[in-house]
Design a protein around this ligand. Structure first.
Ligand SMILES: C[S@@+](CC[C@H](N)C(=O)[O-])C[C@H]1O[C@@H](n2cnc3c(N)ncnc32)[C@H](O)[C@@H]1O
Length: 211
């Protein structure tokens, strides 16, 4: 079946009113990051940053020297730039396609949420490898994706019935598939867990033999 790409302009018009969901997702991030500490100021990059909300929250949790936010949607980058104006560290906003990112800089946290599930399994592996390749030696990757839990299926089924489902290319990823894709892309999983009933999240580092 032909995949129809999600209309991200439509999505971002909607997310402006969905702060509660962003906060719920942030609680999941915070849970995944529990126990992880950094002594020196860190660099963070968010891939497919959308609102950039979770990077902003991370900057309250850790000392940060630089944040880099990447998205291929010009309206998103403009909004995110405005939202980050309160942040007092070096900031970089990149309007780029992740499949042609071409960055040589390395980061202490590389993260994404709501990205992988919009791509084929092969493209997902390329994106996971991108997270891996951007990691500094002791850096961590944090990735959250929707998973086909009962809650996810009920929620999606309801929105589809109401013609409110806008994620035309989204395929939820089971924890087993996610684990397999992370490990086959050279990441070592430090923590993996279900988050707020519809997502699964993982914290990983680069496997030593791929470093
Ligand atoms: C579900 S949203 C992410 C939401 C984000 N985690 C937040 O908290 O707002 C996915 C984002 O990824 C971006 N995106 C998807 N594919 C991309 C690609 N190939 N390159 C760059 N950005 C991409 C979309 O424009 C969209 O803003």
């Amino acid at each position: 079946m032909k995949r129809i790409a999600t209309d991200w302009d439509k999505y971002h018009r909607r997310v402006r009113v969905s702060q509660r969901f962003l906060w719920t997702v942030w609680r999941a991030y915070a849970d995944l990051l529990r126990g992880i500490e950094f002594k020196e100021p860190i660099r963070i990059i968010e891939l497919g940053c959308g609102t950039g909300y979770h990077t902003l929250q991370m900057a309250k949790l850790y000392p940060v020297s630089k944040v880099t936010l990447v998205d291929f949607n010009a309206n998103v980058i403009k909004d995110t730039e405005r939202r980050m104006s309160c942040l007092r560290c070096k900031k970089e906003f990149l309007l780029r396609d992740l499949f042609n990112l071409g960055l040589s800089e390395k980061y202490d946290i590389v993260h994404s949420q709501g990205l992988l599930e919009h791509y084929t399994p092969e493209e997902q592996e390329r994106l996971i490898c991108l997270h891996r390749d951007l990691l500094a030696p002791n850096g961590i990757a944090v990735i959250l994706v929707p998973t086909p839990s009962l809650t996810y299926r009920l929620w999606r089924g309801l929105l589809e019935k109401l013609h409110q489902w806008i994620y035309t290319d989204e395929t939820p990823i089971s924890e087993a598939e996610f684990t397999q894709r992370l490990e086959s892309s050279g990441l070592e999983i430090l923590k993996i867990q279900g988050c707020h009933l519809i997502e699964v999240g993982a914290v990983c580092r680069r496997r030593v033999d791929t470093a």
